[in-house]
Design a protein around this ligand. Structure first.
Ligand code: NDP
Length: 328
């Protein structure tokens, strides 16, 4: 039988994890023949640990054939031991009256500690996905704190933005999402990200030409995608969790199993592609194959609008880095 793999999940008693763990244990992330061991990390306080225990009881009650083991932890240096996948979901939410710099600093502390723990005890090939916000900067911090691990194994989640954009375009054209190819979302996982349909196609035709409505693109589509998280909080009274968990599954499954040439969006450390400074964790269109992602290169930024959008989202990322780099 196949050897089980160890998957660490942080913030394991939170909302997103509650929508995520059952799907990992049922084989949706790594396949229906891959057994898994879940190494779950939560804050050490009694309430978080009790909630985690409850989630584990439920997972147990599912009798998932692929779930070979489960562990509850409060110390990343133990939770990340030998882990081949690390899903860093937990992060410090913005409290009432909290300044952005305070939020960044609180998360810098968490992700420095977790990066160091990964460096010390995780599998040398660990694939890391940061979901906890500010996801790109948190991924950058973890990567900088783990110098012995491959840089390219640290990624941030932009897949929810990608999926949201796909759905909006498909709905506008009255076509299934599966027909849309070559969509890109650039930059930071925040309202400054740039969902870019200039290269997208549907059944061989340009999506931009099919829609043929620049005002809709700029005044309806872009703000709808950017404000979708807030719209869901308003409607549901809670932040999106099911769609975030789905995006985690999509991101990891595609990274591990490949995309067969399809473009997807991942936040990954730049090697200078598209003049993004090296190591900035930036949303890029990628293809995946053999457990590796490749940034799609050679796309043109020859219009002012796109150039301006890229500069804005990059400026935000640089300012986030500047706010925390003295803490590393
Ligand atoms: P959620 O599970 O709802 O969210 C977790 C993280 O994911 C947050 O940073 C959140 O960002 C982000 N996120 C949520 N929805 C989306 C989305 N739609 N797209 C992209 N990112 C999203 O938070 P909970 O408060 O329910 O759970 C967090 C858990 O983490 C708690 O149980 C807490 O105890 C734990 N925690 C664990 C730590 C650790 O393991 N060391 C450290 C800190 C917290 P946003 O805030 O912007 O919604």
């Amino acid at each position: 039988s196949t050897k089980p793999v160890r998957i660490a999940v942080t913030g394991a008693a939170g909302q997103v994890s509650y929508a995520l763990l059952y799907r990992i244990a049922s084989g949706e992330m790594l396949g229906k023949d891959q057994p898994v061991i879940l190494q779950l990390l939560e804050l050490p306080n009694e309430k978080a640990q009790a909630a985690l225990k409850g989630v584990m009881m439920e997972l147990e009650d599912c009798a998932f054939p692929l779930l070979y083991g489960m562990e509850a932890h409060s110390d990343p240096a133990v939770a990340f031991k030998d882990t081949e996948y690390a899903l860093l979901v937990g992060s410090r939410p913005r409290g009432p009256g909290m300044e952005r710099t305070e939020l960044l600093a609180a998360n810098a502390q968490i992700f420095t500690a977790q990066g160091k723990a990964l460096d010390a005890v995780a599998s040398r090939n660990v694939k890391v996905l940061v979901v906890g916000n500010p996801a790109n900067t948190n991924a950058w911090i973890a990567m900088q704190s783990a110098p012995s691990l491959p840089r390219e194994n640290f990624t941030a989640m932009l897949r929810l933005d990608h999926n949201r954009a796909l759905s909006q375009l498909a709905a506008r054209m009255g076509k299934p999402v599966s027909l849309i190819k070559c969509l890109a979302v650039w930059g930071n996982h925040s309202s400054t990200m740039y969902p870019d349909y200039r290269f997208a196609s549907m059944e061989g035709e340009s999506v931009k030409d099919i829609i043929n409505d620049d005002a809709w693109y700029k005044d309806v589509f872009l703000p709808t995608v950017a404000k979708r998280g807030a719209a869901i909080i308003e409607a549901r009274g809670q932040s999106s969790a099911g769609s975030a968990a789905t995006a985690v599954i999509d991101h990891m499954r595609d990274w591990v199993m490949g995309t067969q040439g399809r473009w997807v969006t991942m936040g990954v450390p730049s090697n200078g592609e598209y003049d993004i400074p090296k190591n900035v964790v930036f949303g890029y269109p990628v293809t995946c194959s053999g457990g590796k992602y490749t940034i799609v290169e050679g796309l043109k930024f020859d219009d002012e609008f796109s150039q301006d959008r890229i500069e804005r989202t990059l400026a935000e990322l640089i300012s986030e880095q500047d706010a925390v780099k003295h803490l590393l």
